[in-house]
Design a protein around this ligand. Structure first.
Ligand code: FAD
Length: 398
């Protein structure tokens, strides 16, 4: 039985569809859609009921995300980040104070930003250079992050940094919860949004560069995962598996939406005196598109329900990998079926094509996900640094 909010999402879809081109062409954030999402209870629907959420499962969220992604990729990304990734890490590992602080902000419409990537640390995320050095009861953060989704519009930030003790000795990677509202100017000293990428797709979503210059964060805002700081990055990335399922589901939704458009147009458009739907060359394309969409949905739903608190890493990697690559192909084929019209912004296909392209890059590239799946299937360690095997062998002996 689908969660009632799946039906709510279906009902909101026509409104979101009517606005999608506007956010894209003006590169503006979908504030009015977020108001509708918050009113409906979709923002933070995965937050437990005792903290004011709906207690919805990741599968429930995925089903809502697909409905919205069919019509507006931007709005679907907001829904993912308001329910999976950063906020779900806080709900799983946070202190009572951290949870009570973050939950109402998300329920009211905030999409937390997850801040991992740096100019010199992309796929090699553990090589991040941002540091958080202990000073009394606080940590002092210094560093740069880029490609931060929502930088400048998000209030909550989960900032990953190399944690150092007072003497400067590394303790592991930790996540810091930082509230900074650039829209109202309520930003702590030392926190700045210093740039925005001019992106190919998802143009309404800021992809920002953030800078931290002696940003002081009280130690109570350090999110400490169960295995402590030393192995904490692994736990934080386990939480990130939910976001991977979310990202894959957005790709699925865009593909399903593109197929809806293709089916409509195949019935409308005539060439050689017949609807183009009668040409077998296109029928077989539709069959392949539909099959890929169904396969992606099954993988994603299985991944959403796998694992304990969070989706299993391999299941999430498989699902995002398959869905993101399938979606790019499906949207491309749908655009092809429109002929020249697909290449024009009169139809939403060209926007969907630009939007969907990111999903094999952001949140773990297709290559990194393949490496994770291969390591799991082969049952071997797959460190990627030149000395990785030496280091991991040495670690396993201790
Ligand atoms: P690189 O790591 O430099 O990779 C370059 C190429 O080399 C890629 O093809 C990659 O697959 C390949 N490669 C690298 N290492 C290997 C390897 N070991 N084996 C095989 N191939 C390899 N980050 C955040 O922290 N927060 C966000 O909110 C966020 N949002 C994003 C939104 C968008 C739209 C995009 C595009 C990115 C976002 N990112 C975000 C960053 C994203 O996570 C990184 O782009 C991604 O991890 C890859 O890093 P990179 O771009 O530096 O590529």
């Amino acid at each position: 039985m689908p969660h009632p909010l799946v039906q709510t999402a279906r009902e909101l879809a026509p409104l979101f569809a009517s606005r999608a081109a506007h956010w894209d062409s003006t590169r503006s954030y979908c504030w009015s859609n977020i108001e509708a999402l918050a009113d409906a209870g979709i923002m933070g629907m995965s937050i437990p009921k005792d903290l004011g959420g709906e207690g919805a499962s990741f599968l429930d969220v995925a089903m809502v995300v697909e409905e919205i992604a069919r019509v507006c990729t931007l709005t679907a990304r907001v829904v993912v980040e308001a329910n999976m990734g950063g906020i779900s890490a806080v709900m799983a590992y946070g202190t009572p104070e951290q949870k009570a602080f973050c939950a109402p902000i998300v329920r009211a419409g905030d999409k937390p930003a997850i801040c991992i990537t740096e100019p010199e640390a992309g796929s090699a995320a553990t090589q991040m250079q941002t540091t958080a050095r202990k000073q009394g009861n606080s940590y002092v953060l210094n560093g740069r992050k880029h490609w931060i989704t929502g930088g400048g519009v998000s209030k909550l930030h989960l900032i990953f940094a190399q944690v150092l003790d007072e003497a400067g000795t590394p303790q592991g990677i930790g996540g810091f919860i930082v509230h900074a509202d650039s829209q109202s100017g309520d930003v702590p000293e030392g926190f700045a949004v210093v740039g925005r990428e001019h992106t190919m797709g998802l143009c309404g979503m800021p992809e920002a560069e953030l800078r931290f210059d002696n940003l002081v964060v009280d130690q109570k805002w350090l999110l400490t995962p169960p295995s402590g700081l030393k192995r904490g990055f692994a736990d934080l990335m386990t939480a990130y598996n939910s976001q991977r399922v979310g990202a894959g589901t957005i790709a699925l939704g865009v593909a399903a939406g593109a197929l809806d458009h293709a089916i409509r147009y195949m019935g409308e458009r005539e060439q050689f005196g017949r609807p183009i739907a009668e040409f077998q060359g296109l029928q077989w394309m539709v069959a392949d598109m539909d099959t890929q969409i169904h396969a992606a949905r099954h993988l994603l739903h299985a991944a959403a329900q796998s694992g304990d608190a969070f989706p299993d890493m391999t299941m999430a990697a498989r699902a995002k990998l398959f869905a993101s690559e399938a979606a790019i192909k499906v949207v491309n084929d749908a655009l092809q079926m429109f002929g020249a019209r697909g290449y024009s912004s009169r139809e939403p296909l060209e926007r969907m094509y630009r939007d969907v392209r990111m999903f094999t890059i952001g949140g773990g590239t297709a290559q990194i996900l393949r490496t994770q799946v291969a390591g799991s299937v082969l049952g071997i360690r797959v460190p990627q640094t030149r000395d990785g095997y030496v280091v991991s062998d040495a670690e396993s002996r201790h």
